[in-house]
Design a protein around this ligand. Sequence first.
Ligand code: SF4
Ligand code: SF4
Length: 147
Amino acid sequence: MFGFLKGMSVTLSQLPKKKVTLQYPDVRPEWPERFRGVHRFIPELCINCNQCARICPTDCISLGGERDANKKMRIDTFDINFDICILCDLCTEVCPTEAILMSDTFEMAAETRDSFYLDMNWLYENQLRYEQNHPERVQAATAGDDA
Ligand code: SF4
Ligand code: SF4
């Protein structure tokens, strides 16, 4: 009986406190800017330097491209295998042009492993999603680059 009353007193003492849980997925959390979800990618910034692929500890980035008529490096393919990506952030750290960045996209449940092999188009669409959801962050980053 004493144990029951003790337990109830703990429960009742929590009732007036502010809730920390959310009714996900109806109510979605606002992740911090440095949250490491899956990547976003800006093809026109990529100079095909291969640094991201070389530093990747799980070897999950594959990319390819060539020089265009103006001798500028152009990226043709950029794939990440999220089946083995550990979201360590190293690839974004070494990227000299910030062509690859982390996003707050994290809902990746799927029924087949192939679904985790995502290409440049998907990664660019994720960039567009991020721009739409966080215009203020993208604007601040652009302003920082211009400074
Ligand atoms: S986050 Fe880490 S594991 Fe994933 S692609 Fe980048 S370097 Fe590789
Ligand atoms: S994403 Fe960045 S690090 Fe990777 S190849 Fe392109 S420019 Fe180089």
